[in-house]
Design a protein around this ligand. Structure first.
Ligand code: PMP
Length: 283
């Protein structure tokens, strides 16, 4: 497996980050995750735009232009012969003696790897997944895609131990988002409901594409917060992320969503998204 680290493509075993990297010591960095389908990056421009925003917000200088990022990403996909899966990269504030203040001379650390994964034919796309709700314990700038993910690690482990595959995080009675995904419900009247963008959630790229597709299809959208009770009572529920595209949610806290099967509008949205992402037509 070939990874990218600070300007070089090299075998994973040889890719070493210094002990004093601020990513390791402080979680001082940001990241991106992008879906790959048929060897092509899905929605790459939007991901790079979010990357630029995250770097600006945490005041790390962007080491590459958008064209350079794209060239590096595409070369890594090519070198790994990756057809379908996930491309991850992170940028940390670099290496220096441990001190909270920004180092004056450090160069950002850039690390990038790929993970092969079936997204289109994932079994969970057929069966749907279980989610459990947990308190949202994160900081107040969740719109920044920061590598410090301790709250999500704990939330998702709690979900796993409860027999679920994702955690839906809750603040003031309202669902914010999934541990690593955007959360949606569909009302009995057929409206797709998703929390509006703010500092409280990550601006999901899959969320954004899905909203555009839904608009084109004339599906009713409600960008507003929804409560846990409303989710229990929804006609359908689903999540979106770059590594899964769209997955039906069939139980919440052990309660089936409607009949406990993936909903028809969710399945339609998944097909629309797959088509947009360039998946071959499904049987
Ligand atoms: N919210 C959170 C907290 C996430 O970690 C992710 C996945 N990175 C998402 C939403 C989904 O965003 P995207 O569609 O850009 O993967």
């Amino acid at each position: 497996r070939i990874v990218f680290l600070n300007g070089s493509f090299l075998p994973l075993e040889d890719a070493k980050v210094p002990f004093m990297d601020r990513g390791f010591l402080f979680g001082d960095g940001i990241y991106e995750g992008i879906g790959v389908l048929n060897g092509r990056l899905v929605d790459n421009e939007a991901h790079l735009e979010r990357l630029e925003r995250s770097l600006r917000e945490v005041r790390i200088a962007n080491p590459y232009s958008r064209a350079e990022w794209t060239r590096l990403e595409e070369e890594l996909v090519r070198r790994n012969g990756m057809v379908e899966g996930f491309l991850y990269f992170q940028v940390t504030r670099g290496v220096s003696e441990r001190d909270f203040f920004f180092p004056e001379d450090a160069q950002p650390t850039v690390a990038m790897f790929t993970q092969a994964k079936s997204i289109v034919h994932a079994p969970v796309a057929e069966t749907g997944i279980a989610v459990v709700t947990v308190p949202d314990l994160r900081w107040e700038r969740r719109d920044i895609k920061a590598i410090s993910l301790l709250a999500q690690v704990l939330a998702k482990q709690t979900a796993k131990e409860a027999g679920a595959q994702e955690a839906w995080m809750v603040e003031d009675g309202f669902v914010t988002e999934g541990g690593s995904s955007s959360a949606f419900i569909i009302t009995k009247a057929g409206a797709v409901v998703v929390r509006p963008l703010s500092h409280a959630i990550l601006p999901g790229i899959t969320r954004k594409s899905l909203l555009e597709l839904s608009k084109e299809e004339g599906i009713v959208l409600e960008e507003r917060r929804f409560t846990v009770e409303e989710a229990y009572d929804a006609a359908e529920a689903f999540l979106t992320s770059a590594s899964n595209f769209i997955l039906p949610v069939v139980t919440i806290d052990g309660r089936p969503v409607a009949d406990g099967k993936p909903g028809p509008l969710t399945q339609k949205l998944r097909q629309l998204y797959l088509k947009m992402a360039g998946a071959p037509a499904m049987a």
